[in-house]
Design a protein around this ligand. Structure first.
Ligand code: AMP
Length: 403
C-alpha cells in the first residue's frame, strides 16, 4: 500500500480527496468537526514536506435536496462555510475556489507556493461528480501533481473525485492518506489477520441491512452476537412469540438459513435470551423483562435484558478480536440504553486486557461517543457505509483505484 509516508512532497502539489461532509446548523456553523480534524495529519505532513495542497470534497447532496423553486441551494451546500475553521486548525490561511473546475481554479492551483492551501467548492455541484464522468475527473486531476485519497467515508463510491480521478495518475503519483491507511489497516486486523477468537457484535434495526456482512463474517468469525431490533426476526423464525417487536416477516427464512449455515461452519451465533420490553415506543413507557420466545402481545423489545448482557459480556471477555456494528437497543432513549452501554463497557474491558476492538457503522459509533468511550476501544471507524461494504467483503472502488 502506497501511503503519503512513502512520498516526499517537496515542490509537489497534492490534490487530496478529503471527507469534509460535516453537519452545519442553520447559521452554517459546524456542529461536529470530527471529519475535518481527521484529515489534518495528512495535510500537515504534506505541508511540512514543502508541498502545497488542493483539497476537494463533497458536502451533502445538493442535486437531490433542491430549493422549493427547483434550483440548487449553493449557499447551503457551500464548502466556503468551513474555510475559517480549517484555517484555524491548520494555523495557516486557506484560499477558496468558488468552482472545483475551470480555468481560474486551475490557475489558482498552479500558482500555489509551498505551504499554501486551496479548498475547492463542493464537487457535487456538478452532476458529473456522482456519475463518475471522465472529462470532469480529468479536469480535477490537472489541479495536482500527486493524488492523495484520504476520504474513506466515500471510498465505496465510484465518483469522479473519489475514484475516476485516480486513473489520471500513475502508481508513483497516487497514494492513500493517513486516515484512509489507518482505516484499511485496522479493518484488515479483523478481516485478514484476526487473532482468534474473533467475535462480531451486530445490532441495529434491520436484518436486511446486515445480511451481507453476516454472510461474510460466517467465513471468519468464531462468534456472532446478534442484538438490537434485528434479533427478533430470529426469534420469530424459530417459533417465538415476539409481541409487537420489530420484525421483517420476509426475512424469516433467511434468518433460519443463517442459523443453519452457522451450525455447518462451526460459528456460534449468540442471540439475547431476554429483553426489556415496553408497552409503547417511548422513553416513558411501562417496562418489564421478558424471555425473547415469550413476549406478550402488544409489548415490544427495546433493549437486551440482564441475562443477555451477562452472556454477551462473557463471550466478549474471552475474545481476542472484536468487531462491533449496531446498537443493542434503542440507545437514543435513556430507558433503553443500558444494554448498548453494558456491551460498550465489556468491549472496553476486553480491550484493556489486550483484545483488539473495532467499532464501526454509524449508530455504534454514535453510541461509544455518547458514553464517552471512543478513546477506550482500539479503533473507531469514520467509514459508515464504506466500512460496512468493506466488511461485506466488497472491493471499494476508491481503494482499488489507488492500487
Ligand atoms: P441500524 O442503522 O440498522 O444500525 O439501526 C440503528 C437503530 O436501530 C437505532 O436508531 C436504534 O434505536 C434502533 N434499534 C435498536 N434496537 C431496537 C429495537 N429493539 N427496536 C427498535 N429499534 C431498535
Amino acid at each position: 500500500m502506497q501511503t503519503i509516508n512513502n512520498i516526499n512532497f517537496n515542490q509537489e502539489r497534492a490534490l487530496i480527496r478529503v471527507d469534509f461532509n460535516v453537519p452545519l446548523d442553520k447559521q452554517f456553523n459546524i456542529t461536529d468537526d470530527t471529519r475535518i480534524r481527521a484529515a489534518i495529519p495528512t495535510i500537515q505532513k504534506i505541508l511540512n514536506d514543502g508541498g502545497s495542497v488542493v483539497l476537494m470534497s463533497h458536502l451533502g447532496r445538493p442535486l437531490k435536496k433542491l430549493k422549493e423553486d427547483g434550483s440548487i441551494d449553493y449557499e447551503k451546500f457551500s464548502l466556503k462555510h468551513i474555510v475559517n475553521h480549517l484555517s484555524n486548525l491548520l494555523n495557516t490561511p486557506v484560499q477558496f475556489a468558488t468552482d472545483c473546475i475551470g480555468e481560474q481554479t486551475l490557475q489558482t492551483a498552479q500558482s500555489l507556493q509551498a505551504g499554501e492551501v486551496l479548498l475547492l467548492e463542493n464537487t457535487r455541484f456538478h452532476k458529473a461528480e456522482e456519475k463518475g464522468e471522465s472529462e470532469f475527473a480529468e479536469q480535477l486531476s490537472k489541479l495536482g501533481t500527486i493524488f492523495v485519497n484520504d476520504a474513506f467515508g466515500t471510498a465505496h463510491r465510484a465518483h469522479a473525485s473519489t475514484t475516476i480521478v485516480a486513473n489520471y495518475f500513475d502508481r508513483e503519483h497516487k497514494c492513500f492518506g493517513l486516515l484512509m491507511a489507518a482505516e484499511l489497516e485496522n479493518a484488515d486486523k479483523v478481516l485478514k489477520n484476526a487473532e482468534k477468537p474473533l467475535t462480531a457484535i451486530l445490532g441495529g434495526a434491520k436484518v436486511s441491512d446486515k445480511i451481507l456482512i453476516i454472510e461474510n463474517l460466517l467465513n471468519m468469525a468464531n462468534n456472532i452476537i446478534i442484538g438490537g431490533g434485528m434479533a427478533y426476526t430470529f426469534f420469530k423464525a424459530q417459533g417465538g412469540q415476539i409481541g409487537s417487536s420489530l420484525v421483517e416477516e420476509d426475512k424469516l427464512e433467511l434468518a433460519l438459513g443463517i442459523l443453519e449455515k452457522a451450525k455447518q461452519k462451526g460459528v456460534q451465533i449468540i442471540l439475547p435470551e431476554d429483553s426489556i420490553i415496553a408497552d409503547k415506543f417511548d422513553n416513558d413507557a411501562q417496562t418489564q423483562i421478558a424471555n425473547n420466545f415469550n413476549i406478550p402481545e402488544e409489548w415490544m423489545g427495546l433493549d437486551i435484558g440482564a441475562d443477555a448482557i451477562a452472556t454477551f459480556s462473557e463471550v466478549i471477555q474471552k475474545s481476542k478480536t472484536i468487531l462491533w456494528n449496531g446498537p443493542m437497543g434503542v440507545f437514543e432513549m435513556e430507558r433503553f440504553q443500558n444494554g448498548t452501554k453494558a456491551i460498550a463497557l465489556a468491549i472496553v474491558e476486553a480491550t484493556k486486557n489486550g483484545a483488539f476492538s473495532l467499532v464501526g457503522g454509524g449508530d455504534s459509533v454514535a453510541a461509544v461517543n455518547k458514553f464517552n468511550l471512543a478513546n477506550d476501544v482500539s479503533f473507531v471507524s469514520t467509514g459508515g457505509g464504506a466500512m460496512l461494504e468493506y466488511f461485506e467483503g466488497k472491493t471499494l472502488p476508491g481503494v482499488a483505484a489507488l492500487l
